[in-house]
Write a protein that binds this ligand. Structure first.
Ligand code: NAG
Ligand code: NAG
Ligand code: NAG
Ligand code: NAG
Ligand code: NAG
Ligand code: NAG
Length: 229
């Protein structure tokens, strides 16, 4: 199982390579949002070549988060002990909360007070997904109704794999609800449901499905149709 959270700073690094902010008087909004895991630290980063003889202000809306000036950093309000200016144009927020979702802006001034850089980043804080569970029901004509259930996680998306291969329309019927699929007749194998959001991914335990072998099947899954038994 991949813990994507561990890679977030690395991702940000990669992402920053193609999100250059040109120092000048232009205002730059980074269109690709940054995702952070609830409770973890998240880095908001602009890749610039600024030196330390500048003044940097980080804000969320009109509220100041931190000001770096004369080589000192001052944090404001709820950001005291919960944020760090890691490099000149990198802000780290710690112990993130859902309410940290928002638009963060940085303003940089040179020693003469001239605004040399403005940039904004949209941040989303997400709860990681929990391990999903597959519920299955044999339908009367030999199809299998599958439901993938997950307790936790924001903006979860679902994926299915059968013996390691992604389910497609020749093997299953899909609906608008990503967490529900119907496996076609005579489709057997080990099925796994994969749930992910932008910051996490979890796999269900593998379920062996065989609706034609009812005896074997009833030991593995709940049976809801009378002809199962
Ligand atoms: C950047 O985002 C901020 C906040 O949403 C907005 O006020 C500003 O107009 C945007 N700037 C550009 C150039 O899109
Ligand atoms: C740092 O920036 C200031 C103002 O932008 C500039 O005058 C100075 O030469 C820079 N110093 C270095 C070492 O790059
Ligand atoms: C939710 O996830 C989808 C992709 O699965 C993505 O396109 C969308 O932007 C995400 N929404 C938010 C608010 O993160
Ligand atoms: C589902 O898995 C397939 C194959 O691994 C991949 O191409 C696809 O992008 C995945 N979809 C989602 C929503 O994760
Ligand atoms: C569906 O997946 C199977 C097994 O990987 C493959 O043989 C088949 O060509 C795929 N069908 C479509 C329509 O992609
Ligand atoms: C499904 O179960 C039937 C009856 O137990 C068995 O004959 C058949 O080989 C099984 N098929 C697969 C693919 O395991």
């Amino acid at each position: 199982m991949i813990n994507l959270n561990k890679f977030i700073p690395y991702w940000l690094f990669l992402f920053s390579l193609n999100a250059y902010v040109i120092a000048g008087t232009s205002k730059e909004n980074i269109s690709m949002p940054v995702y952070g895991a609830l409770g973890d630290s998240v880095y908001l980063h602009f890749d610039t070549t600024l030196n330390s003889s500048v003044e940097v202000q980080w804000k969320r809306g009109v509220n100041r988060i931190a000001v770096f000036k004369n080589s000192r950093t001052v944090f404001y309000d709820s950001y005291v002990n919960r944020a760090e200016i890691f490099a000149i144009a990198t802000l780290r927020l710690d112990r993130t909360q859902k309410s940290d979702t928002g638009n963060y802006c940085v303003e940089v001034f040179d020693i003469t007070g001239c605004n040399i850089l403005n940039g904004c980043i949209q941040l989303y804080i997400q709860e990681p997904v929990s391990q999903p569970v597959i519920y299955s029901t044999c339908l009367s004509h030999g199809e299998v109704l599958l439901v993938c259930a997950v307790d936790k996680g924001d903006n979860a998306s679902f994926n299915w794999s059968l013996d390691g291969v992604s389910l497609n329309i020749s093997l299953a019927y899909f609906s608008d609800e990503e967490h529900v699929v119907i496996l076609k007749k005579h489709v057997f194998g080990n099925l796994v449901c994969i749930v992910s959001n932008q910051i996490s991914e979890k796999h269900s335990d593998s379920v062996n499905l065989n609706c034609s072998g009812k005896k074997e099947w009833t030991q593995l899954v709940n049976c809801f149709t009378p002809d199962c038994y």
